[in-house]
Design a binder for this molecule. Structure first.
Ligand SMILES: *Cc1c(COP(=O)(O)O)cnc(C)c1O
Length: 441
């Protein structure tokens, strides 16, 4: 056996965990978690302003999740929802239906990840509608399984071809209005008139806030207009709430900011509070289309769904939706104040506790900073005690998505660290070599 004796967790990880499943933005190696903090391999407490890409929606070790999971794991009631109903999954499905606006007979499907939920959605919608084409957005990320990748438009997915017939639209960005809402709608109309007859289109996949594509809040009214266009042609509207859903945006569902009435809603990441769990809520005639169509043995297992139930109950019990709105507004205000001292901050945007800080090389032209500069801000912030990630097709947007349970003092600490990190990077204190291995997205 190899001697693994004195090596750090980071070194051992590098030796055994596949690179194709990594997206490291800093050297943090999590020994433990506690509330809004991760404890690094060397014992340092690091404020997690990303909440593990929103998976840790209630932070680390929230008592409600611990209790629910501990209880569920004691007997594991059936273990497979495929073969036997279990109470936790049924109760969570009931709660999700109650919490998600919609009409008609609806059902809930459970999976393990945003990726499998997007994948299953595309497959079942195609089969149930008998239509084979989809619309999605350049910059959108719906997951990393074959079907999910094939309807994604993120530049990190160019290793995999889009599915035949996919129409990728630009996502209008109010800060860099290369394509206005009107222009995108006109482009879709033109597609419908020419090479993409609308009756061939099964559904449109929408991120209500484009997250991995740059934390972009669409111009008011755009998504509504899009929804109307699609509805007129019987095209199903699918909203991907995986990253920004369940309270983070300051409303329970991010699509509610836009007044959308989606046919199908996809949940992931934060719904499991750190456990692998995803869900689709949608029409019975789609999700009941055929048995044995989107099965996974341990999906909907009683442990993950118990965690999901605890997350939903805690969102209500701790009033986390209103809290996300309040704290998010304060956080964004704080970041806007920082912009007075940091030329690099071009734009601060978002909803609730989904905040993007757009870093620019020039405020006039709004040209993004080089990816290396973004990576240095993240690296320096890590050295100073906070962890977060970057998004955007130009890799220039800091994504701030802390646990919904973040404390006010923790927010203030986070702002202080971001302030210092921006100053230190502007002064050239972070060498290129420090970030070489953290530019992979
Ligand atoms: C992360 C993400 C996914 C994929 O979720 P995984 O849990 O990583 O499989 C899908 N859609 C959106 C919007 C996401 O942010």
């Amino acid at each position: 056996m190899t001697d693994r004796g004195n090596r750090s967790l980071r070194e051992r990880d590098a030796a055994v965990i596949a690179g194709i499943e990594k997206l490291h933005f800093n050297p943090l190696a999590a020994r433990r978690g506690a509330g809004s903090y991760l404890i690094d391999d060397d014992g340092r407490r690091i404020l997690d302003l990303s909440a593990s890409a929103t998976a840790a929606s209630l932070g680390y070790g929230h008592p409600a999740v611990v209790e629910a999971v501990t209880e569920a794991v004691r007997d594991m009631a059936g273990a497979s929802l495929l073969l036997y109903p279990n109470e936790a999954a049924t109760a969570l499905a009931e709660a999700l239906l109650d919490a998600t606006p919609g009409t008609g007979e609806r059902r809930v499907w459970f999976g393990h990840s945003g990726s499998d939920a997007s994948d299953a959605t595309a497959r079942v919608v195609e089969a149930a509608t008998g239509r084979h084409r989809f619309i999605s957005f350049i910059g959108s990320y719906h997951g990393c399984l074959a079907g999910a990748m094939s309807i994604s438009g993120h530049t990190s997915m160019t290793h995999t071809l889009p599915r035949p017939g996919l129409v990728l639209l630009p996502y209008p960005d109010p800060y860099r209005p290369q394509f206005t809402a009107e222009a995108v709608l006109a482009l879709l109309d033109y597609q419908f008139e020419t090479t993409c007859p609308p009756e061939q289109v099964a559904a449109i996949f929408i991120e209500p806030i484009m997250s991995d594509g740059g934390l972009i809040v669409p111009p008011a009214g755009f998504l509504r207009a899009l929804e109307q266009r699609c509805r007129a042609h019987g095209i199903l509207v699918i909203v991907d709430e995986v990253k920004v859903g369940l309270g983070r945006s300051g409303l329970l569902h991010a699509f509610q900011h836009e007044g959308l009435a989606p046919d199908l809603v996809i949940f992931g990441k934060g719904i499991g509070g750190g456990l692998p769990l995803s869900a689709i809520v949608g029409p019975a005639d789609v999700l009941d289309f055929k048995p044995a169509f989107a099965m996974q043995t341990t999906a909907g297992n009683p442990i993950a769904t118990a965690a999901g139930g605890a997350v939903l109950r805690t969102i209500v019990a701790e009033d986390l939706v209103a809290r996300a709105e309040r704290l998010g507004a304060a956080f964004a205000d704080g970041l806007r104040s920082l912009a007075e001292n940091h030329e690099m901050i071009g734009d601060v945007r978002g909803r609730g506790l989904a905040i993007g800080v757009d870093l620019v090389a020039d405020r006039e032209t709004r040209a993004p900073v080089p990816a290396k500069t973004t990576a240095k801000v993240i690296y320096r912030a890590y050295e100073l005690g906070a962890s977060f990630i970057y998004v955007g097709l130009a890799a220039n947007v800091l994504e701030i998505t802390p646990p919904l349970t973040l404390g006010k003092d923790e927010m203030a600490d986070g702002l202080g660290i971001i302030d210092q990190a921006l100053a230190d990077v502007a002064k050239g204190l972070v060498p290129d070599a420090a970030v070489q291995e953290f530019m992979n997205w």
